[in-house]
Design a protein around this ligand. Structure first.
Ligand SMILES: C[S@@+](CC[C@H](N)C(=O)[O-])C[C@H]1O[C@@H](n2cnc3c(N)ncnc32)[C@H](O)[C@@H]1O
Length: 214
């Protein structure tokens, strides 16, 4: 049996992220996490917010590690992780079954941490293009990670991190908040909150328009 995958960053950022999520997810029932990585966030957030059904997802290579975390925690609100990728030109594939719960028109929230600077910009575009069919009216899209603003890095450490990312994969890199927000707006998402987080990160919370009545 191989050791569970572990990211020290998750140990450091999970409580500050949880504080933001708690404020926004009190009325939510279902959350889709994109790019769950190790699965540590899924376990921590699902345990802390037992009213949620927390659906982890990632590339198929990550699913065994996520399963190790989920199986060990044995929580009642973490279904098996889904294979899900932002695919250039195709949105999010394969599309998870929607509605996931009878009568629901999509997830109440989609959460992603530290993914937008890892994938190429075209994948970031695909991710946003793929969101609407997965989000219920009024649903939230919540993204945690580093972002640039006004064309500049928010810290020397983020500048160095961006250099490290690009040396590893030239398609990756810290994204401009304005460009990401433009993608969100193009999908009908409106920024509701922009929370400064430790270590020069941010949590951005967008909301999809609620269903029209009448
Ligand atoms: C730095 S890890 C972050 C993992 C975890 N969310 C965390 O905060 O520790 C980046 C994650 O993004 C995922 N990822 C990369 N490209 C992706 C894509 N095109 N679609 C979905 N996820 C992707 C990777 O598989 C990986 O799990």
């Amino acid at each position: 049996m191989t050791a569970k995958p572990h990211a020290g960053s998750c140990d450091r950022n999970r409580e500050p992220i949880l504080a933001v999520l708690r404020r926004h997810l009190g009325d939510a029932r279902t959350v889709l996490e994109i790019g769950s990585g190790t699965g540590q966030h899924a376990v921590h957030f699902a345990a802390a917010m037992p009213w949620l059904r927390w659906q982890a997802s990632d590339h198929r290579d990550h699913l065994p590690g996520i399963n190790q975390w989920l199986d060990e925690a044995a929580l009642p609100n973490t279904p098996a992780p889904l294979e899900l990728q932002a695919v250039v030109g195709s949105g999010l594939r394969p599309l998870p079954p929607v509605p996931l719960v009878d009568g629901e028109a999509g997830f109440d929230a989609v959460f992603t941490a530290n993914t937008l600077h890892i994938m190429g910009w075209e994948e970031v575009q695909a991710l946003f293009a793929g969101l609407p069919p997965l989000m219920a009216p009024g649903a939230l899209f919540i993204a945690y990670g580093p972002f640039n603003q006004g064309g500049g890095f928010s810290s020397d450490s983020n500048r160095a991190f961006d250099g490290w990312l690009k040396a590893r994969d030239p398609r990756s890199g810290i994204r401009d908040f304005e460009a990401v927000d433009a993608l969100a707006r193009a999908q009908g998402l409106e920024l509701g909150e922009d929370v400064a987080m430790p270590a020069n990160n941010r949590t951005l919370v967008w909301r999809r328009a609620p269903a029209r009545t009448g």
